[in-house]
Design a binder for this molecule. Structure first.
Ligand code: AGP
Length: 610
């Protein structure tokens, strides 16, 4: 996903902008660029490849010395291959822009602009937006009228930073469906896709809303709506220190974030517990909603969707309410059946995933009550859902989601206990016991699981050379096998597949050979014997087996070449330590394969395009 940053103030713009682009690299990108006011005009430099390549070009150009206002961009290609010419900024001598998002109606706009005499040098939709703004600026002579006109004509999602050559002491920004913040400093101001880009300079920021514009000088920030009416949003303060967003001494963000899981779970649960019972009054989440919901639908993507699967198992087990789990990119086109009696829970770490946002909007349009479980404060999903419960997991920088997932399922467990108590499925004493276990014991269980990292790493090294691998499980273990498979795929590039263990014999077992190892998840005591049968089936066909089970599981060591154990814990919450085992397993396999663990190829931290 693209990253935007911009600066205006007393310091060297290029220096501040490059620093911001480095801080945004984790988002995944393939090229970078910068524009700044220099020698009475706008100078532009851009380069395919890493930010370091742009830095070299800049150094050769004198680093835009003396420039105090500019914009920068890291591009994750959507329209047009990664190349110098397709990199941002885009525009002409009068205007330059950087853009995150998609202009859906770029083709008709491009045709109209060509008729008006414009030519195009790139394959990007962004260049169309730049020249549309230029056209409207030429007609109105006013930058705000030009930006407002463009927002009325553009269909799609965008966060755009703008330089107008006629206004060398100003930065402009517009936004719809893609995050953009305005960082507020002392005698200097910033724009950025997220606060991480400017944290070294300020923790104070405004979150730009949809169809809003910002006019920023070194000493002032004006925010207005599309009709130029002034707005006065609340100034937010990032709770994340720079260190929190840095690696903190770990080799990768991913392993740092796994190690943060116990404290992240504690921080997230603590404010939602009173008298050792779940209490969501802080979120003004009405008891009636939880008590009367006729159904629950989790909608999310990737790992967040897998958290929904754990939620399904928990809610159906404790509350006996039907739960669906929908992949957001499917849900939004499947004409879902929802009524105002349905509770739709959108899970999203970033709060900006395009498919999940679209699903949220669809669910709301169908009258369902929507609840967001989101990690980024003030993100679009958080703001648009009828209500939101934040996962206080702190910044999750690694593309592979780990602590966010663990916190999501922990929070969903707490919500489940609340729901079961309100619906009379469990007594207050039982609810207190569940809550006590979840809050007091599970963070310690995660710590104990992390303490077995050396065993997990030893197991990982035995599987790191395979190119294909199966995860199998039953019930919640099957849901965790999906998450384990995704984690392994996205960072180690091993092709792996999650399969319901009981389903293997209906065809897929034909793939099991000595070259196809199997990770068998068997933490559910009630299904353990069934899983042992499945393990014997695949071993009989030559598969090397890693068994992940409970301490004390019968004859485990005799049943598989390699065995890992989760610490003793309440089976209702076994998904929590099992997730940590699978995250560490994937991490060490990827490390053994020398992969780029925090920034895997082709991936972005938040997929804000369809
Ligand atoms: C998880 O490791 C992946 N990076 C990806 O599947 C992610 O969970 C998915 O894109 C959803 O992101 P979100 O939680 O920010 O909405």
């Amino acid at each position: 996903m693209c990253g935007i940053t911009g600066y205006i103030g007393r310091n060297e713009a290029a220096e501040v902008i490059l620093e911001g682009l480095h801080a945004l690299e984790y988002r995944g990108y393939d090229s970078a660029g910068i524009a700044a006011f220099e020698n009475g005009g706008i100078s532009v430099l851009k380069s395919v490849g890493k930010v370091a390549a742009l830095e070299e070009k800049l150094a050769a150009h004198g680093n835009f010395a003396g420039a105090h206002c500019g914009i920068g961009h890291t591009r994750w290609a959507t329209h047009g291959a990664p190349s110098d010419i397709n990199s941002h900024p885009h525009g002409n001598e009068r205007i330059q822009i950087v853009h995150n998002g998609i202009i859906e109606n770029y083709a008709p706009l491009r045709a109209m602009l060509i008729e008006k005499g414009y030519d195009f040098v790139s394959e990007t939709d962004t260049e169309v937006a730049a020249k549309l703004i230029d056209l409207r600026y030429g007609e109105s002579g006013d930058p705000l009228d030009a930006l407002a006109a463009a927002m009325r004509e553009i269909v799609g999602s965008y966060a755009i930073g703008v330089l107008f050559a006629d206004y060398p002491d100003k930065l402009f920004a517009i936004k719809k469906d893609n995050p953009l913040i305005v960082g507020v400093g002392e005698g200097e101001n910033f724009i950025a896709s997220d606060i991480a880009a400017v944290l070294r300079h300020t923790k104070n920021y405004y979150q730009l809303g949809d169809l809003e514009m910002a006019v920023i000088s070194a000493s002032s920030v004006q925010i207005m709506d599309i009709d130029k009416r002034p707005l006065h949003p609340e100034l937010q303060t990032a709770t994340w220190s720079i260190e929190a967003a840095e690696r903190g001494g770990y080799p990768h963000f991913m392993i740092k974030e796994i190690n943060e899981e116990p404290s992240a779970v504690e921080k997230t649960l603590h404010p939602r517990i009173a008298g050792m019972l779940p209490d969501f009054s802080g979120e003004k989440l009405s008891d009636e909603r939880l008590r009367s919901a006729k159904s629950v639908t989790f909608v999310a993507c990737g790992t967040a969707m897998h958290a929904g699967l754990v939620g399904k198992a928990a809610i159906e087990s404790l509350c006996r309410v039907p739960v669906k789990v929908e992949i957001a990119s499917e849900f939004r086109y499947n004409n879902p059946i929802l009524t105002p009696d349905d509770l739709v829970i959108i899970i999203s770490q970033s709060g900006e995933t395009a498919d999940s946002l679209a699903a949220l909007r669809l669910a709301k349009s169908l009258g369902a009550y929507t609840l967001g479980i989101v990690n980024v404060i003030g993100s679009t999903i958080a703001r648009e859902a009828d209500n939101v419960i934040y996962t206080w997991a702190g910044p999750e920088i690694s593309v592979a989601s780990t602590k966010a997932y663990t916190v999501q399922i922990s929070l969903i467990y707490l919500l489940t206990i609340r729901m079961a108590l309100l619906r009379g499925n469990i007594s207050e004493a039982e609810a207190r016991a569940y809550t006590e276990t979840l809050y007091r014991e599970m963070p310690e269980i995660i710590r104990k699981t992390i303490a077995t990292e050396a065993d997990i790493k030893a197991a990982a090294l035995k599987f790191a050379d395979y190119e294909d691998l199966f995860f199998i499980g039953r019930g919640v273990d099957y849901y965790l096998s999906m998450e384990g498979s995704l984690k392994l795929k996205e960072i180690s590039y091993i092709h792996s597949e999650a399969y319901a263990a009981g389903e293997l014999k209906h065809g897929t077992i034909s793939l099991i050979t000595e070259q196809m190892p199997v990770v068998a998840l068997a933490t559910d005591e009630a299904l353990y014997e069934k899983m042992i049968s499945n393990i014997r089936e695949v071993k009989a066909r030559g598969a090397k087996v890693l068994l992940v089970t409970r301490e004390g599981a019968k004859d485990a060591a005799a049943e598989a070449e390699c065995v890992l154990y989760i610490p003793p814990c309440d089976p209702f919450f076994a998904a929590i330590p099992l997730a940590t085992v699978l995250q560490l397993f994937a991490y060490h396999v990827a490390a053994a394969r020398g992969c780029d663990i925090d920034k895997p190829r082709n991936l972005a931290k938040s997929v804000t395009v369809e």
